[in-house]
Write a protein that binds this ligand. Structure first.
Ligand code: NAD
Ligand code: MG
Length: 394
């Protein structure tokens, strides 16, 4: 029986993880759950899964949550408040596996703490890896943590790697990764209409049901840019070895091209419970609850090259990893602020890459060889992005 901690339990990935874990009560015990503000969902999850401890990051919500517990079946459960408690629960001795499913940079410290503590890290929070890069991969290598990708593409690539492959190492017979992308909701929209798309249109993804931030990232294709950087780090490959492929049906979740000409692909319905179950059962397999793929309903599969004019964020991601140092951290931080401003209707959809590019132009790619430097670069880029946004909105 393994103990699991779910960072970001109340989000889209957190909910899917509890669904899978709930199907295998003899294999997994829920030790810790965390939420930022959504205490209603957290309360239901606690009743169903009986964790030992929960973290509510928002202090006022944590106090409200504690009073909600009085007189219920879970009145004795430990409730911690504040961001520091995230790292505390992620490194508890009772925890074997940590699902890193907080969105954005807020997930970095607890995910890194889990890696340093040698836990099995199930990584959905790609922003944490993109912003910390080599520091994160070094922590994994030093502690002997097992790092398993949850992002559907990276999980697919991992499944297509040679037997016994471990993340961070180089599969020398794999010459290229074909990283698939749906192209999001605006793949075919006339370019002159993009400036006026609304947040509601941007979060309505054609194939996947996800949190708001990653849905906007999918619409700009920054999600694929972050995933390209994620793939370079997880699979120890160069950016030129990662080819982004637009595949609107989302049946193939990515491919590995080998030196002998073999191309291996992983297929399945677009349901995040599949990669989650794969990582939870690894190296075995078990039921995920996902519908089996009806191959006859897949009438055809299309593959297109990405268009950098339509999707400038993808170009910016290649530029960031090419420059190295703190540039990926800057890209990620500027993107988080720009997406938030777009969701709050402060800037237009097409302003998102403008904000990020101006931030990158204003920063030198100095080394990112300590956590302090990374956190500094993150804060600096956020402040810059806010300034650029105020300039745009005046
Ligand atoms: P979501 O918005 O649905 O959920 C986010 C979770 O993070 C919530 O539990 C929330 O409480 C928590 N959170 C938010 N801000 C926080 C903060 N400041 N401090 C602590 N906790 C905070 O997001 P999601 O769609 O589940 O995505 C989570 C992560 O997984 C993202 O990094 C995303 O890129 C990645 N991912 C998601 C999907 C998907 O299908 N949803 C697929 C691949 C990768
Ligand atoms: Mg993905």
């Amino acid at each position: 029986m393994k103990g699991i901690c779910i960072l970001g339990a109340t989000g889209s990935i957190g909910v899917s993880t509890l669904d899978v874990v709930g199907r295998h009560p003899t294999l997994y015990k829920v030790v810790a759950l965390t939420a930022n503000t959504n205490i209603d969902t957290l309360f239901e999850q606690c009743l169903a899964h009986r964790p030992q401890v929960v973290v509510v990051v928002n202090e006022a919500k944590a106090a409200a949550f504690k009073s909600q517990l009085v007189g219920t079946a879970i009145a004795d459960m430990e409730v911690l408040a504040g961001a520091e408690a995230l790292s505390q629960v992620a490194t508890m001795p009772e925890v074997d596996s940590v699902m890193a499913a907080i969105v954005g940079a807020a997930g970095l410290l607890p995910t890194l703490a889990a890696a340093q503590a040698g836990k099995t890290v199930l990584l959905a929070n790609k922003e944490a890896l993109v912003m910390s890069g080599d520091i994160f991969m070094q922590a994994v290598a030093q502690s002997g943590a097992l790092l398993l990708p949850i992002d559907s593409e990276h999980n697919a690539i991992f499944q297509c790697m040679p037997a016994g492959y471990q993340t961070g190492s180089r599969a020398v017979t794999a010459r290229r990764i074909l990283l698939t992308a749906s192209g999001g909701p605006f793949r075919q929209m006339p370019l002159d209409q993009l400036p006026s798309v609304t947040p509601a249109q941007a979060v309505a993804h054609p194939n996947w049901d996800m949190g708001k931030k990653i849905s906007v990232d999918s619409a700009t294709m920054m999600n694929k840019g972050l995933e390209m950087i994620e793939a370079c780090l997880l699979f120890n490959m160069q950016p030129e070895q990662i080819q982004v492929v637009i595949h609107p049906q989302s049946v193939i979740h990515s491919m590995v091209d080998y030196v002998d000409g073999t191309v291996l692909a992983q297929m399945g319905n677009p349901d995040m419970r599949i990669p989650i179950a794969h990582a939870l059962a690894s190296p075995d397999r078990f039921d995920s609850g996902a519908e089996p793929l009806n191959i006859f309903s897949v009438r055809y599969m299309d593959f297109e090259e990405p268009n950098f004019e339509r999707f400038p964020c993808l170009r910016l991601a290649y530029r960031a990893i090419g420059a190295g140092g703190i540039m990926p951290t800057t890209l990620n931080a500027a993107n988080e602020i720009a997406v938030e401003a777009f969701l709050n209707e402060l800037i237009r959809f097409t302003d998102i890459p403008i904000v990020i590019e101006r931030c990158m132009d204003a920063v030198a790619a100095t080394p990112a060889d300590s956590l302090e430097l990374i956190l500094q670069a993150d804060q600096h880029a956020r402040a810059l992005a806010h300034e650029i946004i105020s300039g745009l909105t005046q």
